[in-house]
Write a protein that binds this ligand. Structure first.
Ligand SMILES: Nc1ncnc2c1ncn2[C@@H]1O[C@H](COP(=O)(O)OP(=O)(O)O)[C@@H](O)[C@H]1O
Ligand SMILES: [Mg+2]
Length: 319
């Protein structure tokens, strides 16, 4: 597959007065193929914005390499930046005094697309982002959600090889956030854009991206397809359903052996959720449960979600 974006051992230190420098990004490597939609997921402070700003040429990395469409982005930033459009966190990079259409024409223009040739695409974007009613309104009069949609449309209209989106749904109302997710998901499904999207919200990534690079404390901890990540965790996430209440000593024994196991109960049932590595661990749980007089009603695989997967990985890192 064609690699369009390659990040190699990217490191960024922020220097501070009278204090140790902050290592915001620490030898991060990953690549994105043509028409792939990849999520950069991590908690606040993980290094997502710094990574994206380095790729977008807005800050200079301390060390490492960035290749965009075969061009060395650190040595030849001007040439590389023609291939990237970025939507940065909280920064709606649009012209307040221009209308949505004028903004779109402007951004198409700076990319070198003659207005006559992009008119059809601009009409399509205005339609897609539901900006038709606001065609004669200047951008500063639009709602925050509309401005964010327009900013994304302005990034799209440039039709660059790579699109970088830093927290594109942060701070939006539920409806606009849903709308943007829907548009991005469709774009991804049609396989027509190469997108690197950062978010601290796993639901956004799970919804839109096919692959995810998880970063924590400036380092890559996982780089995998969202689907295989879910499958991997599905295989090990078990849920036991027991008749009645679990005796206190059994609960203690279980917790002693499997510290991350979760117990919950209703009046007539007890549920045990546990990540078990293999059949042996499953038998160990069954053995412990046999010691009491509780009856096992069912054992099933629990459906994992990206949030739990993410927390398990990040927790595992702290050990
Ligand atoms: N300009 C800066 N000066 C000093 N430290 C910074 C600066 N920008 C970010 N940081 C620090 O770098 C780390 C990564 O930040 P950032 O890339 O914004 O993470 P994220 O986008 O994942 O929340 C954090 O510890 C943050 O406090
Ligand atoms: Mg950020």
């Amino acid at each position: 597959m064609d690699t369009v974006l390659q990040v190699k051992d990217l490191t960024k230190l922020y220097r501070r007065r009278r204090a140790e420098p902050v290592v915001a990004v620490d030898r991060v490597s990953f690549s994105v193929s043509k028409n792939e939609v990849v999520g950069l997921l991590g908690p606040n402070g993980a290094g997502k914005t710094t990574t994206i700003k380095c790729i977008a040429g807005l800050i200079k990395p301390t060390s490492g390499e960035i290749w965009l469409d075969g061009i060395d982005a650190i040595r030849r930033p001007g040439k590389a930046m023609e291939r990237v459009a970025a939507l940065l966190e909280g920064n709606r990079n649009i012209y307040w005094r221009l209308t949505p259409r004028e903004n779109l024409e402007f951004f198409a223009g700076i990319q070198g697309h003659p207005v006559g040739r992009v008119r059809g695409y601009i009409d399509e974007l205005i339609e897609l982002f539901d900006l038709k009613d606001k065609e004669r309104t200047s951008a500063r009069m639009l709602s925050r959600g509309m401005q964010q949609k327009l900013a994304l449309a302005c990034a799209l209209v440039r039709q660059t090889e790579v699109l970088l989106l830093d927290e594109p749904t942060l701070g939006l109302d539920v409806e606009t956030s849903y709308e943007l997710r829907h548009i991005l998901k469709q774009m991804g499904a049609r396989g027509e854009r190469t997108i690197l999207l950062s978010s601290h919200d796993m639901h956004v990534v799970q919804d839109i991206c096919e692959r995810v690079v998880i970063i924590n404390n400036g380092r890559v901890v996982v780089d995998d397809r969202v689907r295989s990540l879910m499958k991997l965790f599905r295989a090990s996430a078990y849920r036991f359903e027991l008749e009645g209440q679990l005796a206190e000593e059994l609960a203690l024994t279980l917790r002693g052996r499997f510290p991350l196991l979760a117990l919950s109960a209703t009046d007539h049932r007890t549920y045990i959720d546990a990540d078990l590595k293999d059949g042996n661990e499953l038998y160990e749980v069954l053995d412990i449960l046999k010691g009491g007089n509780t009856q096992i009603k069912s054992i099933g695989h629990k459906e994992p979600n990206l949030e739990e997967i993410f927390l398990t990985i990040v927790k595992g890192q702290l050990k």
